[in-house]
Design a protein around this ligand. Sequence first.
Ligand SMILES: NC(=O)c1ccc[n+]([C@@H]2O[C@H](COP(=O)([O-])OP(=O)(O)OC[C@H]3O[C@@H](n4cnc5c(N)ncnc54)[C@H](OP(=O)(O)O)[C@@H]3O)[C@@H](O)[C@H]2O)c1
Length: 324
Amino acid sequence: MHAWLCENPVGVDALTWKELPTPSPKAGEVLIEIKAASLNFPDLLIVQNKYQMKPPLPFVPGSEYAGVVQAVGDGVSHLKVGQHVACLSGTGGFGTHTVAPAALCLPLPDGFPFVDAAAFIMIYATSYHALVDRAQLKAGETVLVLGAAGGVGTAAIQIAKACGARVIAAASNDEKCALCQSIGADATINYTRENLREAVKTLTAGKGPDVIYDPVGGDFAEPAFRSIAWRGRYLVVGFAAGPIPALPFNLALLKGASIVGVFWGEFAKREPQANAAMMKELAQWYGQGKIKPVIDSTLPMAELKAAFAHMGSRGVKGKLVLVN
Ligand SMILES: NC(=O)c1ccc[n+]([C@@H]2O[C@H](COP(=O)([O-])OP(=O)(O)OC[C@H]3O[C@@H](n4cnc5c(N)ncnc54)[C@H](OP(=O)(O)O)[C@@H]3O)[C@@H](O)[C@H]2O)c1
């Protein structure tokens, strides 16, 4: 097998494509031949040793992937050789093969494309958990999505629309705004050109959004929070811009608003049954055409460094997928 290896020194430039011995699955594990692996923002952080999870070196990055089961370890009963699966295991995906805990593998329904499967779990699970579970979004409410053309952002647009909400998508350029509109956003704000607060005020007739979905952080968090509606819910999803924003508490008091943390990975660990029910519903929504990953592009697995450069420069619209 071959895989990208993150060794010492860390960083995108130092990654190397290496031949490695193909591992055998231990008890509870499966060996997967990887067909597609998608990039999530944490993949970029983890190879720079900037992510909260710091795997011991050397490791193979690649949090999320899909492929074919090639061997099963002792005690694995829900998967068999030849089965198509999607898996989010945190590492291991940027290569030709990996072993993964069977418990983390979702069997794919017939005809589910590997590229969509590799781009599915993280973005839809995060955005569903955020909007439906944490924010208790209701039909007819208005959602403002920041960084709306990114991975979790595009998923948030589709899920909010599936819930019957009105969506205002905010992104940094017109191309990204157009993409958001093409997947269902009712209105868009180019926050490089427009004043975010003024634009939100105009688009909500002064009321403000009921729910704000924020995977970006940085300088837009405070103006966005100041725009929120009475009883609004501000979803803290991520900090793609880098700096972690701080907010004066009185803003929450004045709007009777809530600052709501979203940590899907921890939710999945602590509440596995609720997570499994959510994944089942998301697979049904995919089958019904309510959600479909937006694929920016597919690149050969060997082009991981170009893929990281595209993501790091804010170029990706939706999801970037590497294929074998
Ligand atoms: N809480 C959770 O459970 C959870 C789960 C998954 C992901 N996340 C977090 O959500 C965030 C987004 O993840 P993603 O995979 O959707 O990433 P992504 O596809 O790269 O999208 C991030 C968006 O952030 C915006 N952005 C603003 N400043 C940026 C900068 N300096 N560098 C890169 N992007 C910047 C970009 O939109 P514009 O150019 O339009 O501004 C970009 O489209 C990450 O922080 C990730 O860690 C959290």
